[in-house]
Write a protein that binds this ligand. Structure first.
Ligand code: TMO
Length: 316
């Protein structure tokens, strides 16, 4: 399989249209994003393009996208990335390649048994009383909220809602799931960052904390909401978007691929199933992508049917 792929790439990838630079696809630090990055790059490679996968954090990706140093980010989530996305999109420095038919949510979350330690959940006001059950030996009695590395207004929210919590920030999705499993195995209280679509809810039944409803005014206008002096006295969006974003270079040099990616769509269920193959079946993101490519050939071939790199007549 691998051998055939390489031969294919050598045969059709040798002549590069409009650019000698490879397409640079962003790989972040959670499963579904990694899988979609591999799916896109596998498609491009099969069409004859040269691809480079670039492992970077969400924080770093924005600058690289706007300076055309990376080309494609397949999962931009409203709950964690809306600020930066809007800013760069408004100024014309990145290109929006459209939303998936998906609704997303990213927020504080707990396995269901935690409700018995903190009656009143999922209402956030319950945390005003029961924060102590989430304390750790080093948190001086404050509750600990376990977050990922993604940009979040968690500390601002804690302040605005006057919650007695501190934030512990972990490095990637795996670190979150290790902590979650450890807590669930011992049925200990835990409050952790989670999102949908994701594989977690199918394995560990749980719920998001219900904070005051999100709005842009909550983020911009201090007088909005329960705290009249501070912004972020609300939760993240409950039905957020999930979109694809590209550099200007990508849409200029590869308009056909940009068109194909903008028509590329997935559902919540599909993204959950893809991420479960990494986190439950223990396949690598690349293996999951290869499986998807094989099983959905007509679907992607149709989207990119006009994008194949062709050799000029003279070259052979
Ligand atoms: C960006 N993420 C889906 C991990 O919240």
């Amino acid at each position: 399989m691998k051998k055939r792929l390489i031969a294919f790439t050598m045969l059709f990838g040798s002549h590069f249209p409009a650019s000698s630079e490879p397409i640079r696809v962003v790989v972040n630090d959670w499963s579904s994003q990694r899988i979609l990055a591999h799916i896109a790059s596998q498609i491009f490679i099969r069409l004859g393009y040269e691809v480079e996968l670039i492992n970077i954090t969400v924080d770093v990706q924005w600058y690289l996208l706007k300076t055309n140093r990376v080309d494609l980010q397949l999962e931009v989530w409203e709950g964690t990335m809306e600020d930066k996305y809007s800013q760069l999109h408004k100024s014309g420095e990145i290109v929006d390649l459209g939303n998936y038919s998906v609704t997303t949510r990213e927020d504080w979350w707990y396995p269901l048994y935690v409700k018995s330690f903190c009656p009143g959940l999922p209402d956030w006001k319950a945390l005003k009383q029961c924060y102590g059950v989430f304390a750790s030996p080093s948190s001086k009695g404050k509750g600990v909220y376990i977050a990922g590395p993604w940009e979040k207004p968690d500390r601002a929210r804690i302040k605005a809602l006057e919650l007695n919590f501190i934030v512990e920030q972990l490095d990637d999705d795996n670190a979150l799931w290790i902590r979650l499993k450890r807590a669930v195995d011992k049925r200990r209280p835990i409050l952790i960052f989670n999102w949908t679509p994701n594989w977690v809810g199918a394995v560990y039944p749980g719920e998001f904390v219900e904070f005051p409803e999100h709005s842009l005014a909550c983020e911009a206008d201090p007088t909005w909401g329960v705290n009249s002096r501070l912004v972020y006295d609300c939760g993240n969006p409950k039905s957020g978007w999930l979109k694809k974003v590209a550099s200007r270079r990508f849409t200029r040099l590869f308009p056909c691929l940009a068109q194909g990616i903008s028509s590329f769509d997935l559902t919540n269920e599909e993204i959950e199933q893809l991420s479960a193959q990494v986190n439950r079946e223990r396949l690598s993101p690349k293996q999951v992508a290869q499986r998807w490519i094989k099983d959905h050939r007509t679907r992607w071939a149709q989207l990119f049917s006009k994008c194949k790199v062709t050799l000029p007549n003279s070259s052979r």
